[in-house]
Design a protein around this ligand. Structure first.
Ligand code: NIG
Ligand code: FE
Length: 407
């Protein structure tokens, strides 16, 4: 038997594995780790001899899988607080976008920022988010919209992983908005994204997936398909910002290309949801964007449940529609706004978020998975979705190593 290096004791464990019990819970559990991986997990009173292992007392709370934020635009320069104020005075998100603000204003700031400036601003946000129990995060490009600036964003995202003990998965989102210099030349921009940009991103191995914003203010279903075809040619899986502001048939389109996830989905229709169930596409719901834009239309949670589509929850951290930097707050919003149960919400930031990133080595606490743990000072797991603005986090473990936390 491999030598156990560390054991965590004195906690309930929400394994989030399919065990038939709510939260896959073990009321008084223990987790043993070797080489960063879980080698034993079960009730404490069944724990074999642990001689030689370092024992960690989890303090009587609950241990969950390290949280996974599977949809963010965390690398950007500047902020859009002025647009927040404009919206409070009555302008809509779409009106601001059409008047040259919105994504384009962040594009201008991001292009102007040096790589070092972009890194510093992003590192601050990542460390805040990581300090809320996050051990894996996805970061998209999409505020560069030219070859040089998209590459700059993806490089910054890749470099960010080094210091903070967070795994970063990157997604190329060149088709986020039409850059101003391509006004009236949409085809040329889509060809640039699907051609030279994507090739460079793939050659330099800067992205793990490819995303498109399919929307009236962004790209059409046909343009989306063109980018997806190109992504498949270079061997990258796809994701889609689908049906956020209007029904574009985005859910079905994502499913047709075997997308890892279709995200937002407020306006998705039932045929699209059924297609997602068939293709195994995860529905990533973004409650903070819905909240921040005061979107009246809620995503079709009942349809997703009825057709068995896995639901993930993420921050969508970005300067325009979701300046959110707390995962526990997302749990609360997923329950309060989208009416998920606390268990569904927690599955959304663990097991199903891993699926949305195509990662089978994390997201649940089981033998063979990474020992990415979040340790919470709560009496029962539902409390994680209950508090608002309180962070009952008391420790984070990344691949078996205790990480410094802000908590
Ligand atoms: O996921 N929907 C498109 N992209 C972002 C918003 C980006 C922005 O406004 O800067 C989103 O909500
Ligand atoms: Fe987004």
């Amino acid at each position: 038997m491999r030598r156990w290096t560390d054991v965590w004791l004195n906690a309930g464990i929400a394994t989030m594995a399919w065990t038939g019990r709510p939260y896959g819970a073990i009321e008084e559990g223990a987790i043993a780790v070797a080489d960063g991986v879980i080698v034993w997990i079960g009730p404490r009173n069944e724990l074999p001899n642990i001689d030689g292992a370092q024992v960690h007392d989890a303090g009587g709370g609950w241990i969950t899988p390290g949280l996974i934020d599977c949809h963010t635009h965390l690398v950007f320069a500047g902020d859009r607080c002025d647009e927040f104020e404009r919206r409070l005075r009555g302008e809509s998100y779409e009106e601001i976008a059409r008047s040259g603000g919105g994504i384009r204003s962040t594009v201008a700031a991001t292009r102007a920022a040096s790589e070092a400036e972009l890194y510093a601003a992003s590192l601050k946000r990542l460390s805040t988010l990581a300090g809320t129990g996050v051990t894996t995060i996805e970061i998209k490009s999409g505020y560069g919209l030219d070859l040089k600036s998209e590459i700059k964003m993806l490089r910054v995202a890749r470099r960010l992983s080094a210091d903070l003990g967070v795994t970063i998965r990157t997604t190329f989102l060149g088709a986020h908005a039409l850059p101003p210099e391509y006004e009236g030349r949409r085809n040329e921009y889509v060809e640039l994204v699907a051609g030279p940009m994507l090739e460079r991103v793939a050659t330099e191995e800067l992205a793990d997936a490819v995303d498109v914003f399919a929307e009236t203010i962004a790209f059409t279903p046909g343009e989306t398909a063109q980018v997806f075809e190109a992504a498949h040619r270079v061997g990258l899986p796809v994701k889609l910002h689908a049906d956020q502001l209007s029904d574009q048939g985005g859910a079905a389109l994502a499913a047709r290309y075997g997308a890892l996830s279709a995200d937002h989905l407020e306006h998705a229709n039932e045929a699209g949801v059924m297609a997602m169930a068939d293709s195994g596409t995860v529905a990533t719901l973004l409650p903070a964007a819905s909240y921040f834009l005061r979107e009246a239309q809620l995503p079709p949670v009942d349809l997703l449940r009825r057709h068995g589509v896995p639901i993930a929850i993420a921050t969508d951290c970005n300067p325009g529609s979701s300046p959110a930097l707390s995962m526990p707050l997302m749990l609360n919003m997923a329950c309060t706004i989208f009416r998920l149960t606390p268990e569904e919400a927690l599955a959304g930031v663990t097991r199903n978020a891993a699926l949305a990133l195509g990662l089978s080595d994390r997201g649940t606490l089981e033998v063979g998975k990474f020992a990415d743990l979040a340790i919470w000072d709560v009496r029962r797991p539902a409390e994680l979705a209950y508090w608002m603005g309180n962070l009952p986090l008391c420790g984070v473990v990344k691949a078996g190593v205790a990480r410094e936390t802000a908590a």
